[in-house]
Write a protein that binds this ligand. Structure first.
Ligand code: FBP
Length: 321
């Protein structure tokens, strides 16, 4: 019986082949621990005081769930202690947090708990992370640390808290997927090089927004619907992207205008939602576009900048555009 490789064995193997990757290896070990801690809490959320709203709103003007706050504090405190990061940006933090680690060479952006609207109803949620080299000559706590294009990410990925907890990441050499064995308390390798299949049975779009999208997006979605088979949308970015990476398909979140005044606004955040997922999609053989350009080539100019998102199979996305 073959025993799957543990994350630790995988990371030590990387270290043997790429000693220069020491810090990225340490980061992945820490992110895995954070994932296990949040997974343990989300699994038992219904039995604890961690369900429901926290009564506060974040910089996105979203009501924060108690688990949003718990996950954000856990990430912040844990990442500070690693000493690897000079600064961090989070969906739940208005400004960049200077982690006061003078020698640190990296910065990290993350969405501590993606899919907040699904927390209390036991639908998969996730944590998304994106790591860049620290920009020299720019103060650690300066938002410009995060005005780096996605193609310069040195590490990106997510932890999915679903029927099983999975850790999926890339440092630019393919996409690696691990599944948490709760009995062992170890992430075990489930897919060394995840590739989006050629098939594309599913599309993910919140159809409730159908009347509120631009004509070009409407035509695009008509082609996507025609070339896929079924609608699958759970309203957790991590879960919808994960499904489409595994099964093939398209995820589309265009700019929305509910005013009818032509005031189209995108929702998803570039730095800690679109950029990391775009790196995974491209590394898995897919494409990730925003208004016709590769998401990985966009240079952010705001910390919580939002972009429209089209992520999926290369052939499908190209044929529909
Ligand atoms: P957060 O939950 O981290 O704020 O993320 C935004 C999000 O919930 C995504 O996970 C999801 O894809 C999208 O918003 C759902 O938006 P909508 O309810 O507008 O379809």
């Amino acid at each position: 019986m073959t025993v799957p490789q543990t994350l630790q064995q995988f990371l030590l193997g990387e270290l043997k082949d790429h000693p220069e990757r020491y810090e990225l290896v340490m980061m992945m070990a820490d992110i895995a621990t954070i994932g296990k801690l949040i997974s343990a809490r989300t699994n038992r959320a219904g039995l604890t005081e961690l369900t429901g709203l926290a009564g506060s709103t974040n910089v996105q003007d979203e009501t924060q769930a108690k688990l949003d706050i718990y996950a954000n504090d856990l990430c912040k405190n844990y990442l500070r202690k690693t000493g690897l990061f000079a600064a961090m940006a989070s969906e739940e933090e208005t400004d960049v947090v200077d982690l006061k680690n003078p020698g640190a060479r990296y910065v990290i952006a993350f969405d501590p708990l993606d899919g907040s609207s699904n927390i209390d109803v036991n639908i998969p949620i996730g944590t998304i992370f994106s790591v860049h080299k620290k920009l020299e000559g720019v103060p650690a706590g300066d938002a410009r640390q995060f005005f780096q294009k996605g193609r310069d990410q040195v590490l990106a990925g997510y932890v999915l808290y679903g029927s099983s907890t999975m850790l999926v990441f890339s440092w630019g050499e393919g996409v690696h997927a691990f599944t948490l064995d709760v009995d062992l308390g170890e992430f075990l390798l489930s897919d060394a090089h995840l590739k989006i299949p050629a098939a594309h049975p599913y599309y993910s779009f919140n159809e409730a927004y159908g009347p509120f999208i631009a004509e070009e997006d409407r035509r695009y979605l008509d082609k996507i619907r025609a070339q896929t088979g079924s609608l699958r949308y759970v309203g957790s970015f991590v879960a919808d992207i994960h499904r489409n990476l595994i099964k093939g398909g398209a995820y589309v979140y265009p700019a929305i205008d509910t005013s009818g005044q032509g005031n189209f606004k995108p929702k998803l955040r570039l730095n800690y939602e679109a950029k990391p997922m775009a790196l995974l999609a491209e590394q898995a053989g897919g494409v990730a576009l925003a208004d016709g350009v590769a998401i990985l080539d966009i240079v952010p100019n705001e910390l919580h900048q939002r972009v429209s998102v089209r992520i999926g199979n290369k052939k499908l996305m190209k044929e529909a555009s």
